[in-house]
Design a protein around this ligand. Structure first.
Ligand code: TA6
Length: 315
């Protein structure tokens, strides 16, 4: 590993002695990625403030997935198939990829790490496909967090494969009742609480007053999550991921989850960049790329300083 690179990341032990990578940008922002699940569990701004929600009851014990951060759902989102919910990538051990192929985009990011997941014999029994899943986690100069997935079909039997995918991001919010999600207005969605029945979203921002589990179809590439109390807007940009899922378990589901605190639903919202409605199909040799970029704009809808719709309209 080049000394240049090691200035921006180090491998250390996390919870339960699991290996994690600590990324630091010289301007102060940081991120943590566990090799278990290729799972980002922390993203902090240059004031050291945590921006992702991680449950105080999260277990770091395989095969259970880590509750919070950014779990990766692959090769299956939720129960859209016959694998375990959300697939197996989130409860497998990934490796650091020291010799990744050239990165598709020219980037000035210095603080990044490349991880790789390949199927074990165990996986081949439940999902008989050969693939290479490369994940780059990077911190941008402005403290933005970027996740770039490259999935290649390496089957030698000529067979294509199809998959669904999501970056199941848990955002940390001050009070869910004060949160607004902008960019999904008037879109069609499948309601997971009503047997995936199809509806059209109302014309105004999404707000929360009960359990929400909605899968929005063919959304814009930018979505804003406004945390009024913290005067902070998360801007989510996505590429190659047409859909978006919004989830908050609210009180009953919160109590039913052993690895989630009873009141923690008040301080998190999942807004997930996803490819679900139309599964992605790759022939042997083909590669898919799915990119997520998270940034923060210091604002609040009501403060009028920066109307999120302007955020969504800006470049
Ligand atoms: O993305 C929303 C969702 O599919 C919900 O239905 C809920 O199950 C959530 O994911 C969490 O899933 P998990 O398997 O992590 O408990």
């Amino acid at each position: 590993m080049s000394s240049e690179k090691s200035r921006y990341y180090e491998v250390c032990k996390g919870f339960n002695g699991l290996d994690k990578v600590l990324l630091r940008d010289p301007r102060g922002s940081s991120a943590e990625v566990y090799l278990y699940g290729g799972h980002v569990t922390s993203w902090k701004n240059d004031h050291g403030e945590e921006l992702l929600f991680l449950s105080s009851k999260a277990t770091f014990k395989p095969p259970k997935a880590i509750r919070g951060g950014i779990p990766i759902c692959f090769p299956q989102f939720s129960c859209h198939g016959n694998l375990d919910r959300h697939g197996f990538a989130r409860n497998r051990f990934w490796a650091i990829d020291d010799h990744p192929p050239p990165f598709p985009t020219n980037t000035s990011n210095k603080a990044f790490v490349d991880l790789i997941l390949k199927p074990s014999e165990e996986e081949m029994k439940i999902w008989p496909h050969s693939f290479e899943f490369r994940l780059r986690v990077a911190l941008g100069p402005g403290g933005d967090l970027m996740l770039t997935s490259r999935i290649r079909n390496t089957n030698t039997d000529g067979k294509p494969f199809s998959f669904t995918f999501a970056y199941h991001t848990y955002f940390s919010v001050s009070d869910i009742c004060e949160v607004r999600v902008e960019g999904l207005e008037t879109l069609d969605y499948l309601d997971n609480l009503q047997k995936k029945k199809r509806f059209t979203e109302q014309g105004d921002a999404l707000t929360f007053e009960s359990e929400v589990d909605k899968m929005y179809l063919s959304t814009p590439t930018k979505i804003a999550i406004i945390d009024h109390e913290k005067k902070r807007t998360y801007v989510l940009r996505k590429d190659g991921l047409p859909d978006a899922v919004v989830w908050n378990p609210w009180d009953k589901k919160a109590k039913a989850m052993a690895d989630f605190g009873d009141n923690e639903y008040k301080h998190m919202v999942c807004v997930e960049a996803a490819a679900i409605e139309k599964p992605i199909t790759l022939k042997p040799g083909e590669e898919w790329k799915g990119r997520l970029e998270l940034s923060i704009v210091p604002s609040s809808y009501c403060s009028g300083q920066l109307d999120p719709r302007r955020v969504l309209q800006c470049s």
